[in-house]
Design a protein around this ligand. Structure first.
Ligand code: NAP
Length: 308
C-alpha cells in the first residue's frame, strides 16, 4: 500500500517540486495539503491548519512533508510525530539546532522516520564529488553562492525576519553540499554578515573557515543580478582540482566534465524517504545548520543601505 502523505505549507517549493515528485513516485499518495490561506478547493484535499489535518485524517495518513518557513516547523513536526507520522523536513530543517535535536529524540522515541531533506545534496554530481574527495587532504575551498533575491524570493517577507535565515536560505544549500562531500569537518573562524538597515536578516555573508592547509572561504550574496553563480571549487594536496557548478548538478575534475548520475533532486529525496520509512530508519543531518549557527555566533555585523 502506498504511503499516504500530506504536504504542510503549500507555497512555492511545495507546488514547484514536492507535488510533482510525489506524483512521480508510486510509493506515495498525496492525500492532503495545508496552509493558513489555502483555497479550500485545492486538490486533493485542503486544510487550514495541521491540527485540523491530523484530527480529520487520523488513521488515514502515514507521513507529512513540512514545507513551511523554518520558524514554525518544530511545533508542526513535534505534533506530527506525536500523531504517529513519519516526517520529511524541507531545508533548513528547523530554525535552531536545539529544535532539530529535540525532534531527533522524539522521532527515536516514537519509532518514526525523521528525514532532513537537504535538496542540494541530491543533485546529480554530489555523490560523485564526495567519492572523488574521499581520503584526500583539502588545501583550498571557495564557495560562491550568488543570486538575485528579487528573482528567487519575490514577496517572501518571512525570509527577512528573525529565524528567516536571509542569504543563508540559499547559502545553506552550498553548505549542505560542502559538508556532504568534504573529507573533514568545517569550522567557521570568522564571518562578516551584511544587514540592510531595515532588515533582520543578512543579504550577504562572507565566511572564513579554519584551516592550516590553505584558504577556505564562502561568499553568499543576494544582490547578484547577472543570473546565478552556484559554484564550489576545491583543491587537494595531490594537485587535484574539483569544481561543482549549477548548485551541484555538474562536476568537473581537473577541468574534465564528469557524467551526471542519480534521479535528480526531489525524485531522489522521495525515493530516499520511502527507503527510510521501509527500513524504519531516520536520517538527520545537522551539519549545514551548525555552520550557519556558528556564523551567526562568531560573525561581525555590517550595516548597509536599506533594501526595498
Ligand atoms: P513560500 O512560498 O513562502 O511558502 C511557504 C508556505 O508555508 C506558504 O504557503 C505559507 O502560507 C505556508 N505556511 C506558513 N506558515 C504555515 C503553517 N503554520 N502551517 C502551514 N503552512 C504554513 O516559501 P518557499 O519558497 O516555498 O520556501 C519554504 C521552504 O522551502 C523554505 O525553508 C525554503 O528554504 C525551502 N525551499 C525553497 C525553495 C524555493 O525555490 N523557493 C527551494 C528549496 C527549498 P501563507 O503564504 O498563506 O502564509
Amino acid at each position: 500500500m502506498a504511503i499516504r502523505i500530506a504536504i504542510i505549507g503549500h507555497g512555492k517549493i511545495a507546488r514547484d517540486q514536492h507535488v510533482p515528485a510525489i506524483a512521480g513516485n508510486g510509493d506515495f499518495e498525496l492525500v492532503a495539503v495545508t496552509g493558513p490561506h489555502l483555497d479550500p478547493a485545492t486538490p486533493p484535499r485542503a486544510f487550514t491548519s495541521h491540527r485540523a489535518l491530523f484530527a480529520e485524517m487520523a488513521g488515514r495518513l502515514d507521513a507529512v512533508a513540512i514545507c513551511t518557513p523554518p520558524k514554525v516547523r518544530h511545533d508542526i513536526a513535534r505534533d506530527a510525530l506525536a500523531a504517529g507520522l513519519h516526517v520529511l523536513l524541507e531545508k533548513p530543517p528547523t530554525a535552531t539546532l536545539g529544535e532539530i535535536e529535540h525532534l531527533e529524540t522524539l522521532a527515536r522515541d516514537a519509532g518514526r522516520t525523521l528525514f532532513t531533506a537537504w535538496h542540494a545534496q541530491h543533485n546529480a554530481a554530489v555523490a560523485a564529488a564526495a567519492e572523488a574527495l574521499a581520503g584526500k587532504t583539502v588545501t583550498g575551498l571557495e564557495i560562491s553562492w550568488l543570486e538575485d533575491v528579487r528573482k528567487w524570493h519575490p514577496g517572501q517577507g518571512w525570509i527577512w525576519r528573525p529565524g528567516g535565515f536571509g542569504v543563508f536560505d540559499p547559502g545553506i544549500n552550498a553548505l549542505s553540499i560542502a559538508t556532504r562531500i568534504l573529507p573533514m569537518p568545517l569550522f567557521v573562524a570568522a564571518a562578516t554578515l551584511s544587514y540592510p538597515s531595515n532588515k533582520q536578516a543578512p543579504i550577504a555573508a562572507r565566511l572564513d573557515f579554519a584551516g592550516e592547509e590553505g584558504a577556505m572561504r564562502a561568499l553568499m550574496d543576494w544582490r547578484f543580478t547577472a543570473g546565478e553563480q552556484w559554484v564550489i571549487r576545491i583543491e587537494t594536496t595531490d594537485g587535484g582540482k574539483l569544481e561543482l557548478r549549477d548548485g551541484g548538478a555538474m562536476l568537473l575534475i581537473d577541468g574534465a566534465p564528469q557524467p551526471p548520475a542519480g534521479l535528480g533532486e526531489y525524485p531522489s529525496i522521495y525515493a530516499r524517504f520511502a527507503d527510510l520509512i521501509g527500513a524504519g530508519h531516520s536520517e538527520v543531518d545537522r551539519e549545514p545548520l551548525r555552520i550557519v549557527a556558528d556564523a551567526f555566533m562568531v560573525g561581525g555585523r555590517e550595516l548597509i543601505a536599506p533594501f526595498t
